[in-house]
Design a protein around this ligand. Structure first.
Ligand SMILES: [Zn+2]
Length: 272
C-alpha cells in the first residue's frame, strides 16, 4: 500500500514516485515533480531526459519513444523553468501575535477557527510563492472562487451540518473583518495590521494542513488534541482512549472485523 504523499514536500513525493512508480492518475504532474527533483540534484537536461524516458519506459504500458517525444520535451521544459522550483515546506509557523490578533476579534469561536484556517492558507500560499519567485508576497487579497473558500472551510474542520460557509463569510463581512474588493476578490482586513512576532506559538506540519482547525483548539487550549497512532495526523481527543483518526479508526475496525469473521469461519470449519 502506498502512503498518502504530502503535496507540500515534493522531495518526499518525488522519492516515492521514483521508487514506486506513479502514485496517482496524474502522470504528467508526477513526472514534473520527479523532473524538478532531478533538476534540484544538479542533473543536466540531456541526462534528465534520459532519466525521465527510462522511468516512462518502466511505468507507462505501451510506451513508445516517438509517440511520447513531445510529451517528454514538455516535462523537461517545465522543469527547466526557473520559477518551477521543487516545493518543500515542512510546516507553517504561527506567531503568538497572529493567534492573539484573531482571538481579540469580537466574534464567536467558530468564526475565529475559520479565520485561523484562512491565515494558515494564506501563509502557505506565501511560502509557496517565496520558493517559486524568491520574493515575498504581501497581498492580503484572496480568491473570489468558491472552491478556494471551500478549502478554507474544510481546513477549519467545522461541522458541515452545523455550520454554513456562506453564513460565516457574510458574518465576517458584516463585522468588517473582511471586505470585497472591486475585482471581486476578498480583502482579508484582519490580516492588515497583523505582525509576525518572533515568538512562534505553534507549527502546523504541512501533512496536517487540512486539520488547521484543531491547531486553533490547541492554541486556545479549548480541547485536548493528540496525534493518530497510525498515520500521525492531529486528532481531537474526546477521551484519553482515542488513539486513531477517523480514517485509520475505520480501517483498523474493518481489519479487526474481517479477522474475527475469518477466525469464526475457521472455527466453524474445524468444528464441522
Ligand atoms: Zn490516522
Amino acid at each position: 500500500v502506498i502512503e498518502m504523499h504530502n503535496r507540500y514536500n515534493e522531495i518526499e513525493y518525488a522519492k516515492a514516485i521514483e521508487s514506486n512508480g506513479f502514485l496517482s492518475r496524474f502522470k504528467k504532474h508526477e513526472l514534473r515533480v520527479l523532473a524538478k527533483y532531478y533538476k534540484s540534484q544538479g542533473v543536466k537536461n540531456a541526462e534528465l531526459k534520459e532519466l525521465i524516458c527510462e522511468f516512462c519506459e518502466r511505468h507507462i504500458p505501451n510506451y513508445n519513444e516517438v509517440r511520447y517525444a513531445s510529451f517528454i520535451n514538455g516535462i523537461i521544459n517545465f522543469a527547466s523553468k526557473k520559477t518551477n522550483k521543487l516545493i518543500v515546506i515542512k510546516d507553517i509557523p504561527i506567531a503568538g501575535t497572529e493567534g492573539r490578533a484573531i482571538d481579540k476579534l469580537d466574534i464567536g469561536y467558530e468564526y475565529k477557527r475559520f479565520l485561523f484556517a484562512w491565515l494558515v492558507k494564506v501563509k502557505l500560499n506565501r511560502a509557496i510563492y517565496k520558493i517559486s519567485h524568491d520574493a515575498e508576497l504581501k497581498s492580503i487579497y484572496f480568491s473570489h472562487e468558491v472552491a478556494r473558500q471551500k478549502e478554507i472551510f474544510k481546513m477549519s474542520n467545522l461541522d458541515r451540518k452545523e455550520y454554513n460557509m456562506n453564513e460565516i463569510i457574510k458574518h465576517l463581512y458584516d463585522k468588517g473583518i473582511i471586505d470585497i474588493a472591486n475585482n471581486g476578490k476578498i480583502k482579508l482586513l484582519f490580516m492588515e495590521n497583523m505582525t509576525e512576532g518572533k515568538k512562534i506559538s505553534l507549527r502546523i506540519p504541512t501533512t496536517d494542513i487540512d486539520y488547521a482547525g484543531y491547531y486553533w483548539d490547541q492554541f486556545k487550549k479549548k480541547y485536548k488534541v493528540g496525534y493518530c497512532q497510525e498515520c500521525g495526523i492531529i486528532i481531537k481527543k474526546k477521551n484519553i482512549s482515542k488513539k486513531y483518526c477517523q480514517k485509520c479508526g475505520k480501517k483498523i475496525k474493518n481489519l479487526q472485523t474481517n479477522q474475527s469473521k475469518k477466525a469464526k469461519r475457521q472455527k466453524e470449519k474445524n468444528m464441522g
